[in-house]
Design a binder for this molecule. Structure first.
Ligand code: DAT
Ligand code: MG
Length: 151
């Protein structure tokens, strides 16, 4: 099923010059970029975005980190996009992530895990996309290779 998912290159990924590497992986896979913005997240947005973790001991550090510099926020579309992006990201902890995944290739530490992607829980992706993007910031278009990506 065609779906959209929210992806973000976190401040560590931006500072380490990994935006292009990460965008390239999703492009090469055949996923379609339908929205993107390079922004600094304020505390309110960070706390709302990570609301599910507000009772965790790492919550403050997480909000500090995600607001510590610019992020590349994106929406990617494609068949089974939410789960496929999660698979390409690796595990939450880069140390446990398989080589070949973003976190397994580009990170080492749980608190600096380079990328965010919506989880597969029903409604997560929609909630995060709505948090970061207005409807008119998302673009409907066809990629020229779509007939060769999908049967
Ligand atoms: P994911 O980013 O894989 O969806 P998550 O939603 O469980 O993982 O957690 C959000 C972020 O919080 C994660 O990317 C890194 C941080 N985090 C998660 N568990 C942590 C822990 N036990 N200690 C410190 N930071 C943690
Ligand atoms: Mg998560």
């Amino acid at each position: 099923m065609t779906e959209r998912t929210f992806v973000m290159v976190k401040p560590d990924g931006v500072q380490r010059g990994l935006i292009g590497e990460i965008v390239g992986r999703f492009e090469d896979r055949g996923l379609k970029l339908v929205g993107a913005k390079f922004v600094e997240i304020d505390r309110d947005l960070a706390e709302e975005h990570y609301g599910e973790h507000e009772d965790e001991p790492f919550f403050e550090d997480l909000v500090d980190f995600i607001t510590s510099g610019p992020v590349m926020a994106m929406v990617w579309e494609g068949q089974d996009a939410v789960a496929q992006v999660r698979a390409m990201m690796g595990e939450t902890d880069p140390a446990e992530s398989a080589p070949g995944t973003v976190r397994g290739d580009l990170g080492l530490d749980l608190g600096r895990n380079v990328i965010h992607g919506s989880d597969t829980e029903e409604g997560s992706a929609e909630r995060e996309i709505d948090l970061f993007f207005d409807d008119d910031e998302l673009v409907d278009y066809e990629r020229i290779d779509e007939q060769w990506l999908y049967e």
